[in-house]
Ligand binder design. Structure first.
Ligand code: TRP
Length: 470
């Protein structure tokens, strides 16, 4: 700890000490790459289109965009600033700030909620990552060429009805994530992200281009961007809010962990906004790629989690060199999911290392195996247990399988709860001077952000919760 010239207490000493061992991001760009690698994933390409389809399109998209702007971005800034101020892993950063400012140490619970959420999310995330992996082979072998929507649908249901194949790909995906986390080296992967993410973007653009020629592009654009509020439900608002957290990797201290490596001179606001814009752009592009295909082929927008696997393969089956582009697309999708998966496992492993004194290999193996085992429940709920709806007696969980419940509970309850705690912590608990120094925004911008996290964000999250639970 050191005292800065202005007389306010800063933690640069602690941060430098910690960073000597942990290394700072080489630049703002490195942070943006890592944060974008975490944020852009299956949430953008798999989940956003299918929940948009399920919740009626435009009005849902509008609420989602609002949630990104007034809840997501302010909370991302909050997470990054806690991380940078503490300069440690999330649990220790919060503990450090709490000790210095004589706050209740129970705020560490934010980190604990994150660890739990990470476990639960990764367990089903890896299963979907496995779907993407299996489609690499499907596309590469030319099976998609010239297929009808029915045949493409049959390939997908064939995959879902086969627990062993699903298990194999889930295992492959978890192993990929575990290898990187166990070795603790992400430099190579970060370099890869800087090439592969733009690649994914270009391929999505290609599919959008193809979709524009199918004649249903206008209908898709209207579906996505013309709000019809009669289709918006309270549960739709909850899902949109939850997805804002999920897609930006918020609410489980990932951005806090990454923020601890951010150099002091970098603007937290600018970087958070950049990451959020890239993330939102990819999601909207995915929507524009998928919905023209949905409408052109008379498919159902509300088809559910299989939506992209029933639409994109159709496009790849029809466009020139589609097998090549399809293979490439699914490879890039795996990369996007991989970097996100790593960011889900990393905080758990760091927590085990710090709190339980386990070494990295052991903690990765332990945490990874538990996630993997839990993933089996998600796999079975796609086939053998597809009628098993453990909480079906409650109206809001009606018809939800274990897989649906894990998704619902994490994205729509745990993450917003974690985010709410972050908003309250930076808005009401931390010293406002500390927060202000960390953000170094102009006075009006700081006021805008501070008012948002103090009042608007907590009230919005609480209101959505209360509406849905009552
Ligand atoms: N944001 C990722 C996606 O959209 C998923 C993810 C990675 C995540 N890390 C996270 C979600 C941390 C919540 C919290 O696919």
């Amino acid at each position: 700890m050191s005292v800065s010239q202005s007389g306010s207490t800063t933690y640069t000493g602690a941060q430098e000490g910690a960073n000597a061992a942990r290394g700072l991001w080489s630049s703002r760009l490195a942070f943006i790459l890592a944060a974008t690698g975490s944020a852009v994933g299956l949430g953008n390409i798999w989940k956003f289109p299918y929940i948009t389809g399920e919740h009626g399109g435009g009005a849902f998209v509008l609420v989602y965009l609002l949630c990104i702007a007034v809840v997501g971005i302010p909370i991302m800034m909050g997470e990054v600033l806690i991380g940078r101020r503490g300069g440690r892993s999330p649990v220790n950063s919060i503990r450090l700030i709490a000790e210095r400012d004589k706050l209740n140490p129970m705020w560490r619970m934010i980190g604990a909620v994150g660890v739990l959420a990470g476990f639960l999310i990764l367990s089903f995330y890896s299963v979907i990552g496995g779907w993407a992996a299996s489609y690499v082979g499907t596309a590469a072998s030319g099976q998609l060429v010239g297929q009808s929507a029915d045949a493409i649908g049959a390939i997908f249901s064939g995959l879902l009805s086969d627990p062993l194949t699903l298990l194999m790909w889930h295992t492959v995906f978890m192993a990929l994530v575990m290898v990187v986390v166990a070795r603790g080296v992400r430099s190579g992967l970060e370099r890869a992200v800087s090439i592969l993410m733009p690649g994914l973007f270009v391929l999505l653009l290609m599919v959008v281009g193809y979709a524009m020629t199918t004649g249903e592009f206008g209908r898709a654009a209207a579906f996505l961007f013309q709000p019809d509020f009669s289709k918006l439900t309270t549960s739709g608002v909850l899902v949109a809010l939850g997805h804002a957290f999920f897609t930006l990797s918020l609410g489980m201290a990932v951005m806090m962990a990454y923020g601890s490596y951010l150099p002091k001179k970098v603007s937290i606001a600018k970087t958070s906004i950049t990451v959020s814009i890239i993330d939102t752009g990819v999601a909207l592009l995915a929507g524009l790629a998928i919905f023209p295909i949905v409408f052109a082929n008379g498919l159902e927008p509300g088809a559910g989690p299989g939506l992209i696997f029933q639409t994109l393969p159709l496009a790849f089956g029809q466009m020139p060199m589609g097998s090549l582009f399809g293979t490439l697309f699914f490879v890039l999708l795996i990369f996007a999911a991989w970097t996100s998966g790593i960011s889900l496992l990393e905080p758990i492993v760091e927590w085990l290392e710090e709190q339980k004194g386990m070494n990295r290999t052991v903690s990765t193996l332990g945490a990874g195996l538990v996630c993997w085992a839990l993933g089996i429940a998600s796999i079975l709920s796609l086939n053998l247990w597809s009628d098993f709806t453990p909480l079906g007696a409650f109206a809001m969980f009606e018809g939800k399988t274990i897989f649906d419940l894990l998704d619902f509970f994490t994205a729509n309850i745990l993450l917003p709860l974690g985010g709410l705690m972050v908003a309250v912590f930076v808005g009401w608990v931390m010293s406002s001077q500390a927060v202000k120094n960390e953000l170094s925004l102009s006075e009006p911008m700081f006021r805008l952000w501070y008012t948002t996290v103090r009042y608007f964000t907590p009230v919005a999250v609480a209101a959505v919760f209360i509406y849905n639970l009552l």
